[in-house]
Design a protein around this ligand. Structure first.
Ligand code: PEP
Ligand code: MG
Length: 581
């Protein structure tokens, strides 16, 4: 029987079109089933390795947590570590594996669940709460036991459908040749969406009922330009979309012909188009698309998949490789921006993580962690093409404190006879409104500034960037946003401090004419977008962009600005590009 075609609408989070069967991905799909095993010794070895890895992860988490939340709350993690060391529990598990010849995942699940059941049946709220922690540790062990397994379940060419995605899931899944992402929840600038764009994989997020409606194996068309997902499309529609895919690839080839030409307007204004780097796979793409450097390395993203913080040498290897690959162009390495929706090992259950322990706050509270990164960045700076950037800056004292740690690290390295760039430029992201207000003061003490619109918009407008319920309120063309951007550009300009933008707004083709008109000369976007930006810029006059920006600055609401920019785009940009949108 032919299945009914259903069209679902969501938020267009990463452009592109693909056609492939659905793969319903859920963390629960890692849940364990009662599986018999043949090789008991191997199972016991796997168990030991998973316990070891879990302990290692927990130790890191504990150390990090103690630094900030104090011994008392960090004790949660200590309790979890104790479970891992509980000889009764581990020997019970081992005995059962030997006797019952069942997989370690199954036995771990069964054995630890007994504790959980007892605790959650308790009338004591404290005990109930602790049962979640034990659930956590159980999942951690099972995940470590199964690490490689879920990946192998994914065959090539599927569109992943899931309730929500973490950035690390997005990366890990992409390694299995995923052709698209569809989620129930999530917004345009959630980190998973950003990663999907970096990977050049179409994504539609915030569909709400996607996982209810779509079944494993249903054929899907994902249209990441328009935020559409078509379930069980008719043959006519499949043909139509196959033609679109063909046209897109021809157009990509066209655009790539521009790759070695500069991004310069018809009247000679040159704009630097740099690339954001979220995952190491992007490096070759960045070089291929001739980026004018790397304007943002999201180091936390690079390391999210490690689960634990890499040590100085591991970090040095990664940063050095990036710096060498892009040399002599510049790479801006951003210090770990941990927290917010970028979860790392610590789940502090903060009521409001976006306003919580995040970015520079966490780094300054964890000087050992921060210094490890600073030393690695300094060591990679030897060829003088590395800049270092601080995230989530809110006050001058944070810059002073970070500079102190940088100086300490320089001193240590000098004493150890290790070379580095003594004049490494240190800059900040302006992504918190307080920093925007103080731009002029920051300009006195930093070497460069980069505007992070993803956070700036969320904090300026008080709209969670990852929450699709309020996504219509997340307005990059809100008058307050563009006037704030103008303020930052002007104030930095007065002090001749280099200023760029690395938030997603810089990647929006409709925003591009406005941003250049406002005076930005350097934009950092995902490498995939560079050729199209170049094509757009090469068809415009800077003088008209300045006029356009002035007009927008005088408008009073978002609709008017949005309409003006769309009208401008439709009038000025060639039909060929328009048809893509
Ligand atoms: C931003 O906030 O605009 C930004 C570039 O940082 P991130 O998206 O990593 O928070
Ligand atoms: Mg940010």
């Amino acid at each position: 029987m032919e299945k009914n075609q259903i069209i679902l609408k969501g938020i267009a989070a990463a452009p592109g079109i693909s056609i492939a069967p659905a793969y319903l991905f859920s963390k629960e799909s890692e849940s364990v089933s009662a599986e018999k095993i043949e090789n008991v010794d191997e199972a016991l070895e796997n168990l030991d390795a998973a316990l070891e890895l879990s302990k290692k992860e927990m130790r890191k988490i504990f150390n990090l947590a103690v630094d900030k939340i104090g011994e008392k709350r960090a004790a949660i993690f200590e309790a979890q570590m104790m479970i891992l060391d509980d000889p009764v529990l581990t020997s019970n598990i081992k005995e059962r594996i030997k006797n019952e010849k069942m997989s370690p995942e199954y036995i771990v699940e069964d054995e630890i669940s007994k504790y959980i059941r007892i605790m959650s049946a308790s009338n004591e709220p404290y005990m109930k709460e602790r049962s979640h922690d034990i659930e956590d540790i159980k999942n951690r062990i099972i995940r470590n036991l199964k690490k490689k397994k879920w990946k192998s379940k994914i065959s090539n060419d599927v569109i992943v459908v899931t309730t929500s995605l973490s950035p690390s899931d997005t990366v890990l899944l992409s390694r299995s040749n995923v052709k698209g992402y569809v989620t129930d929840f999530g917004g345009l600038t959630s980190h998973a969406a950003i990663v999907a764009r970096s990977l050049n994989i179409p994504a539609v997020v915030g569909i709400h009922e996607a996982t209810n409606i779509i079944r494993n194996g249903d054929l899907l068309i994902i249209d990441g330009f328009h935020g559409k997902v078509i379930v069980n499309p008719t043959d006519i529609l499949i043909k139509e979309y196959e033609e679109k895919i063909e046209k897109l690839s021809q157009y990509d080839e066209e655009l790539l012909k521009l790759k070695s030409l500069p991004a310069v307007t018809l009247d000679g204004k040159e704009i630097k188009l740099m690339a954001n780097l979220d995952i190491s796979e992007e490096m070759s793409f960045i070089i291929h698309n001739c980026a004018d450097g790397i304007g943002l390395v999201r180091t936390e993203q690079l390391f999210e998949e490690y689960e634990v913080f890499p040590d100085e040498d591991q970090q040095f290897e990664v940063y050095n490789k990036i710096a060498e690959s892009i040399y002599p162009k510049v790479v801006i390495i951003r210090a770990f921006d941990i927290g917010g929706d970028k979860v790392l090992p610590v789940d502090l259950h903060e009521p409001n993580p976006m306003l919580g322990w995040r970015g520079i706050r966490l780094l300054l509270d964890s000087p050992n962690l921060f210094k490890t990164q600073i030393r690695a960045v300094l060591r990679a700076s030897l060829h003088k093409n590395v800049w270092f950037m601080l995230p989530m800056i809110n006050s001058l004292s944070e810059v002073v404190a970070a500079n102190q740690l940088i100086d300490e690290c320089k001193k240590e390295l000098t004493e150890e006879g290790i070379k580095y760039d003594d004049e490494i430029p240190v800059g900040i992201m302006i992504e918190v409104p307080s920093a925007a207000v103080l731009t002029s003061d920051f300009a006195d003490v930093v070497d460069f500034i980069s505007i992070g619109t993803n956070d700036l918009i969320q904090y300026l407008l008080a709209v969670d960037r990852g929450n699709e319920i309020v996504s219509s309120q997340y307005q990059e063309f809100h008058p307050a946003v563009i006037r704030t951007i103008k303020h930052i550009i002007d104030e930095a300009g007065k002090k001749s401090v280099p200023i760029g933008m690395c938030g997603e707004m810089a990647a929006d083709p409709f925003a591009l004419p406005l941003l250049v008109g406002l005076g930005l000369e350097s934009l950092s976007i995902s490498a995939a977008g560079i050729p199209l930006h170049k094509k757009i810029l090469r068809s415009l006059n800077y003088s008209e962009l300045k006029r356009l920006a002035d007009e927008c600055l005088n408008l009073k609401n978002e609709d008017e600005i949005n309409n003006k920019l769309h009208k401008f785009f439709n009038e000025k940009i060639s039909d060929q590009i328009k048809n893509l949108y």
